[in-house]
Design a protein around this ligand. Structure first.
Ligand code: ZN
Length: 143
């Protein structure tokens, strides 16, 4: 079920707050994300960069991991905020992680001017790989 306008505004406000904590000393590109659970809780994440660039984590995955660490993995929506003039969307890695838990997650994109654009993960990531089938593969033991 889609979020209400009030919920969207609250998520954007939470994402804007956590964006202030972004550790983005290399790119100066701060991102905040606020993830709404089915139970109505909000988990926030910001991007955390690292001097070995490959270890950088995006705001969206940070929010998901914070929620999962608290035992929550049913998600309704995520708001993503940056200082960019355009609407930034989750990167491929984040789309994959979000799809693990909520393939049809509502995604609230914002721009610097404060405009919102609402979409869904299945529009941004329409045919996710069914990697869960890997867990069904039986490994034959060598006896
Ligand atoms: Zn990402």
């Amino acid at each position: 079920m889609a979020t209400s306008s009030k919920e969207r505004s609250e998520l954007v406000a939470a994402a804007t707050r956590v964006k202030q904590n972004a550790y983005a000393i290399y790119s100066n590109f701060r991102v905040g994300a606020a993830l709404l659970t089915d139970e109505g809780e909000v988990f926030q994440g910001c991007n955390v960069e690292n001097s070995s660039y490959g270890l950088t984590i995006c705001a969206e995955r940070n929010a998901v991991f914070q929620a999962v660490a608290q035992g929550r993995n049913r998600f309704k929506a995520i708001a993503i905020v940056s200082d960019d003039d355009g609407f930034i969307t989750p990167c491929g890695a984040c789309r994959q992680v979000l799809a693990e838990f909520a393939p049809r997650l509502e995604i609230i994109l914002t721009n610097k001017a404060g405009n919102k654009k609402v979409t869904t993960l299945d529009k941004l990531f329409p045919i996710p790989p069914d990697l869960k089938k890997l867990s069904r593969v039986k490994i034959k033991s060598k006896k």
